[in-house]
Design a protein around this ligand. Structure first.
Ligand code: ADP
Length: 260
């Protein structure tokens, strides 16, 4: 090395630089392939309702002198597929907007008890239809500096899931607590639970344990990805405890004021 003008120290330096260069390339490749996977998932998800609409419209057009009831029936199906497409687009826009404006939070002082009560008032009738009882317990008044719209979206997703993946006559327990640093929201349900080996995956975009059930209940597979993103933007944490056939609990922890 000395003869060629490169010292041993210099050689190790080059080795170190090339090592971190490789690591950087690996990381970029990983980001790129996850981006590609996302784009291909998005295309697939967006195409599914369109394909159904096409099939429904074409088969109706093929029938000569179809009775008006048949038209009605097919139009109901078509309109449901359009509704679904709309939901996917809206969820995707929420997610993209969250990622783009990361750090761009509209922080105000929020009464979290009131916020939860508003959400439960909105979702209560949906739970009632399935005879699911919602129990709300608040252990203390909580004021937090958060982005109200985003936190509301994140918590709504969790409670909506607790309804969607519950059993008839089941229950949901939502509780709110706080200490000097954080507030804690716990959403527990008596539902179908999540198998242990996929509990890490459910926060991934478009991941669903049971595609058919998620579809039936109007799911897009984006809800928990949105929730996690919101929690992370507030420097909080989300944890899941679940047992298949027993129920699921999500624990969310958010700083009362993460700026100071
Ligand atoms: P979806 O729109 O399908 O509900 P989410 O991202 O909100 O998508 O959730 C991803 C998947 O995690 C769901 O499809 C479901 O399989 C599972 N899941 C979420 N919450 C619960 C819950 N409370 N109980 C059982 N399974 C759940």
């Amino acid at each position: 090395f000395m003869e060629e003008g490169v010292s041993i120290k210099g050689y190790y330096e080059i080795e170190r630089i090339s090592d971190s260069f490789n690591k950087m390339i690996n990381r970029m490749n990983k980001i790129e392939s996850s981006r590609q996977e996302f784009v291909s998932n998005v295309s697939h998800e967006l195409k599914t309702p369109i394909t159904s609409i096409k099939v429904l419209a074409e088969s109706l057009l093929m029938q000569e002198d179809a009775p008006v009831e048949l038209y009605r029936e097919f139009l109901v199906d078509i309109s449901e597929e359009i509704e679904r497409e709309n939901k996917i687009i809206n969820d995707l826009l929420s997610l993209v907007k969250l990622n783009k404006t990361s750090g761009d939070l509209n922080i105000t002082s929020v009464n979290v008890n009131d916020l939860l009560e508003q959400i439960l008032k909105r979702l209560g009738p949906i739970a009632k239809k399935q005879n699911i009882e919602i129990i709300y317990e608040s252990f203390r008044p909580v004021m937090a500096d958060v982005d109200e719209v985003k936190i509301s979206l994140a918590l709504t997703n969790l409670i909506e899931n607790a309804i969607k993946y519950n059993v008839p006559d089941g229950w949901i327990r939502v509780s709110l607590n706080a200490d000097h640093k954080y507030f804690y929201v716990k959403v527990a349900d008596s539902g179908i639970g999540i198998p242990e080996d996929v509990q890490d995956l459910i926060f991934e975009r478009f991941y669903r344990v049971d595609k058919a059930r998620s579809r039936e209940t109007g799911g897009t597979g984006l809800g928990l990805a949105i929730t996690k993103s919101v929690v992370q933007m507030h420097r909080g944490a989300i944890k899941i405890y679940s047992q298949e056939g027993e129920g699921t609990t999500f624990n969310v922890r958010i700083p009362l004021n993460f700026i100071s």
